[in-house]
Unconditional design. Structure first.
Ligand SMILES: [Zn+2]
Ligand SMILES: [Zn+2]
Length: 359
């Protein structure tokens, strides 16, 4: 008889724990051994003993937390099966941000896939999602309601460029999370043939430089110097979401404020945030892709970590798939969880790196 899924992974205070391999996945508190799906702050925290992750995720963690973010680190190679205690573990692309991976854990004929955050839409800054057949699929449900259907991100970026052509005197300020979303927007702008320099808020700089070092073509980027802001009419400026309503953004000439997030599908939310040009660009799966992915994995059982858990659990039930919500705390703070309503930063100080994350 196959090992029961709950014997392979159990829910602890720290997060999902695999006793037979003695490790946690994306733990929210410091643990002895952590396997990390990707670099967003709610999944990748500092202070663990040993960390296993893709080389890109390890480098992202080092940039955010410093080289001493853990005691020892081990690079996971995509697709390579590694024995850890009584279980076999392998990492597979998740399509979410640079370095993001799903983690497959197999024991006694039962395979569980922890997908972390993932999307199926193409993204020029990271490897595409790979379907990993499994018995239990663990998924998030940030956009787990049928109302959430993300349009093609390329069309959203074309709308941004249309606006730049229409208002050549105005600065276009685009709020985007500092890891993943910002670089995806830049890469999409380049794909559309935009070859002017892209201006960056200070909080975007370190991770953007890292993406460039990893070989992602983002073109010329220039850090915004406070005194130069009045001269940046007609330019595109990327900043953390918290900065779009800040005093910081008001020093640009007649700014058009945009925000790249899956939540921009909800027009009331865009209005409430004072966003003139909502761009529905998400690094998470929309409803259709959540359902499609669950079906593609062939899983007979689904565990939902966080987000709109109830609707997805219900959908599984109507399709003959056992499902349960895990109600996990500590995830989703990274960004596309909920847009931060309060502008956090002082006028001209570059926002802390933690100011913005996914979505
Ligand atoms: Zn994420
Ligand atoms: Zn997340």
């Amino acid at each position: 008889m196959a090992t029961r899924p709950t014997e392979i992974l159990s829910l602890t205070r720290e997060g999902l724990y695999c006793p037979a391999g003695d490790f946690h996945v994306d733990p929210v508190r410091p643990v002895a051994r952590a396997l990390i799906t990707h670099g967003h702050a709610d999944h990748a925290r500092s202070g663990h003993g040993a960390v296993w992750a893709t080389p890109e995720t390890l480098r992202i963690m080092a940039v955010r937390y410093g080289e001493d973010f853990c005691e020892t680190r081990q690079e996971a190679r995509l697709g390579e099966a590694v024995r850890l205690g009584e279980v076999t573990v392998s990492f597979h692309p998740a399509g979410h941000v640079l370095g993001s991976a799903q983690i497959a854990i197999t024991q006694g004929g039962c395979r569980i896939v922890v997908s972390g955050d993932y999307k199926r839409a193409p993204d020029p800054t990271c490897l595409g999602f790979e379907v990993v057949p499994c018995d239990v699929f663990i998924t998030e449900a940030t956009f787990g309601l049928p109302v959430f259907r993300h349009p093609d991100a390329r069309d959203e970026v074309r709308r941004l460029l249309d606006s730049v052509r229409l208002f050549p005197e105005r600065t276009h300020i685009v709020g985007a999370y500092a890891l993943g979303k910002a670089q995806r927007v830049m890469a999409l702008l380049r794909e559309e043939g935009f070859c002017e320099p892209i201006y960056l808020h200070g909080a975007m700089e370190k991770l953007t430089e890292l993406y460039k070092r990893e070989g992602i073509p983002l073109g010329e980027t220039i850090k915004v110097v406070a005194a130069e802001r009045p001269k940046l009419g007609g330019r595109i400026v990327l900043c953390p979401p918290s900065a779009i309503q800040d005093l910081w953004s008001r020093k640009f000439p007649d700014p058009v404020t945009a925000f790249a997030s899956g939540w921009m599908r909800v027009r009331a939310r865009a209005r409430q945030k004072g966003v003139e040009l909502p761009l529905v660009i998400s690094d998470h799966s929309d409803w259709d892709d959540l359902c499609r992915t669950i079906r593609d994995t062939g899983a007979g059982e689904v565990w939902v970590t966080h987000g709109q858990e109830d609707a997805l659990v219900h959908w599984c039930g109507t399709h003959g798939i056992r499902a349960k919500p895990l109600h996990m705390l500590g995830y989703g703070d990274e960004g596309e969880a909920e847009p931060d309503p309060a502008p956090a930063t002082a006028a001209d100080a570059p926002a802390a790196d933690a100011a913005g994350e996914a979505a």
